[in-house]
Design a protein. Structure first.
Length: 203
């Protein structure tokens, strides 16, 4: 045996035998079948088919975005209003602005006017259901702010079915219910009046 570099390799050197490395498992081959989306997604347009490989890249690079100079005055006004107007996430953020305080006061006044705000004693062994404020900015068709809306909602997810409540009521009417009401009205030859309510009591 000829050894060019005896420092790196010495076949006749005495010492422990180096451990043998286990053989590497061969890579698993993918089955030769055509992959296609499930049939339940046939009515949907799935545009996001591949994930971004570069996680450091911004989701919306500036070079692919149109500048505001290419938009009309109404569209640019609407875009700027969306960028500058922010909806608060907590009561402490909303309490710093006058328009949100006025929206909160309007919601409380509407609840009292509809007799939905009543202070009562807590029943025995009944948990208290918390509440929170939800804020939303309503825009007009031209992009300007129409009004600031605040809603006081209950944290119903803290309740346990069968312990805190037994019945579930849905305040939103289905399309089939609306069609049945219209057919009933046509059959009875009556008139129907429609109205829009900003704060409706579902008692």
């Amino acid at each position: 045996m000829i050894c060019e570099n005896p420092i790196q390799y010495d076949a006749f050197a005495s010492g422990p035998t180096p451990p043998l490395l286990p053989p590497l498992d061969p890579p698993l081959a993918r089955p030769p079948r055509v992959r296609k989306p499930p049939s339940r997604l046939g009515d949907y347009h799935c545009f996001c088919t591949k994930a971004a490989t570069n996680h450091l890249a911004p989701p919306h690079p500036g070079k692919s975005m149109l500048p505001l100079s290419n938009l009309s005055s109404s569209h640019s006004h609407f875009t700027l209003s969306l960028l500058t107007s922010q909806e608060p996430k907590s009561f402490h953020q909303a309490n710093k602005h006058l328009h949100w305080r006025e929206a909160i006061q309007a919601e409380i006044s509407a609840l009292r006017q509809n007799s939905n705000w009543t202070l009562v004693d807590l029943p025995h062994r009944k948990p208290v259901i918390g509440c929170k404020w939800v804020y939303q900015i309503k825009y007009k068709a031209d992009g300007t702010v129409e009004r600031y809306k605040a809603r006081l909602v209950a944290k119903g997810y803290t309740q346990t079915e069968g312990v805190d409540y037994f019945d579930t009521l849905s305040p939103v009417a289905k399309v089939t219910t609306f069609i049945c009401v219209c057919l009933r009205v046509l059959k009875m030859v009556q008139k129907v009046k429609f109205a829009s309510y900003s704060n409706l009591s579902m008692a």
